[in-house]
Every structure is written in structure tokens, then in C-alpha cells.
Design a protein around this ligand. Structure first.
Ligand code: HEC
Length: 136
């Protein structure tokens, strides 16, 4: 009999017009409208300023290590093919960049930037830059 309860909990949101039912869908990974990167999501209309802020955040936060101007030890171990000042690299790595900054590197986490997690609004600006400019 718990099955009936679970079903009710699952489908009640549909009855009141919500778009999400039971788990499984984070709402951000629909397969429509994407150009690359898998989970970048939509490019919102009129988001030029935010995309520009996202571009700038990548230069400010990542170019210390991920820049075409850095070689050898100055890269602090950053892979040679991930450079935020190289549009082709950003396009190729867009999905990876977004997933790394969502994880972040705070408290020993295995994301980027090393040792810190960017604020949510900065992460969103970078997502918009990647979804709107970098991958189109
Ligand atoms: C202090 C140097 C440093 C900074 C700053 C930095 N990175 Fe990295 N990055 C690294 C190193 C070292 C690696 C390779 C080791 C690893 O993946 O943890 C790396 C790897 C990566 C990778 C490849 C991961 C993979 O598994 O292929 C991506 C993508 C990336 N960084 C994105 C970023 C972004 C985006 C930022 C800025 C928000 C950033 N990094 C800031 C040093 C840095």
C-alpha cells in the first residue's frame, strides 16, 4: 500500500500544474536548444551584459593558470588545451568548464578554480557566456 502513497506524491505536482514530478530531472538538462557541452542549457534573451560578465570572470578567475600566455611551470599544472583566452579552447571545453565550476575547488573538492568555489551568480554568468557566445 505504500505504492499508492508514493504514486500520489509523484503525480500530485502535475495535478497542480507543476512541471516536475518525482526526481530524475534537474530542469537544466533538456536536450533541446543546445549547441554543445550537454548541460549548458538555454541562452536567455537580452543577456549580453551577463555573458560579458561571465567572459570577464573567466579571465579574472582562471587565466592565472589557463592562459595561452602561460607555459611550463607558470601553468601550475593546468592542462595545455584549456585556455580561457582562446575562443576555440573555450568552445571545445565549454561543458567541462561549466561542470568544473559547478563542483568548485573549495574544501578539497575536485573542481575549479583550485581551492575555491565561485559565487552562484558568477557561475550563472559564466554559464550564460558559454551557452550564448562561446558555443555559437
Ligand atoms: C591556480 C591555478 C588554476 C586556476 C586559477 C584554475 N585552474 Fe583549472 N586547472 C588547474 C590544474 C592544475 C588542472 C589539472 C588538475 C585538475 O584537473 O584538477 C586544471 C584543470 C582544469 C580543467 C580540466 C579538467 C579535466 O578534468 O579535464 C578545466 C576545464 C579547468 N581547469 C577549468 C578552470 C576554470 C573554468 C577556472 C576558473 C574558474 C580554473 N580552471 C582555474 C589549475 C587552475
Amino acid at each position: 500500500m505504500p505504492v499508492r502513497t508514493i504514486l500520489l506524491l509523484c503525480f500530485a505536482p502535475f495535478a497542480i500544474g507543476a512541471l516536475q514530478g518525482c526526481g530524475g530531472d534537474d530542469g537544466g538538462s533538456s536536450s533541446s536548444g543546445e549547441t554543445s557541452g550537454g548541460a549548458l542549457g538555454e541562452c536567455p534573451p537580452d543577456s549580453d551584459a551577463q555573458a560579458q560578465a561571465g567572459y570577464q570572470a573567466l579571465q579574472d578567475q582562471c587565466a592565472t593558470c589557463h592562459s595561452t600566455t602561460k607555459t611550463g611551470a607558470a601553468r601550475i599544472g593546468a592542462p595545455e588545451d584549456v585556455n580561457v583566452d582562446d575562443p576555440a579552447s573555450v568552445t571545445a571545453e565549454a561543458g567541462e568548464i561549466y561542470s568544473e565550476i559547478q563542483i568548485g575547488g573549495a574544501n578539497g573538492a575536485d573542481g575549479m578554480p583550485l581551492g575555491a568555489k565561485l559565487p552562484d551568480d558568477t557561475i550563472e554568468s559564466i554559464r550564460i557566456y558559454l551557452a550564448c557566445d562561446a558555443t555559437q
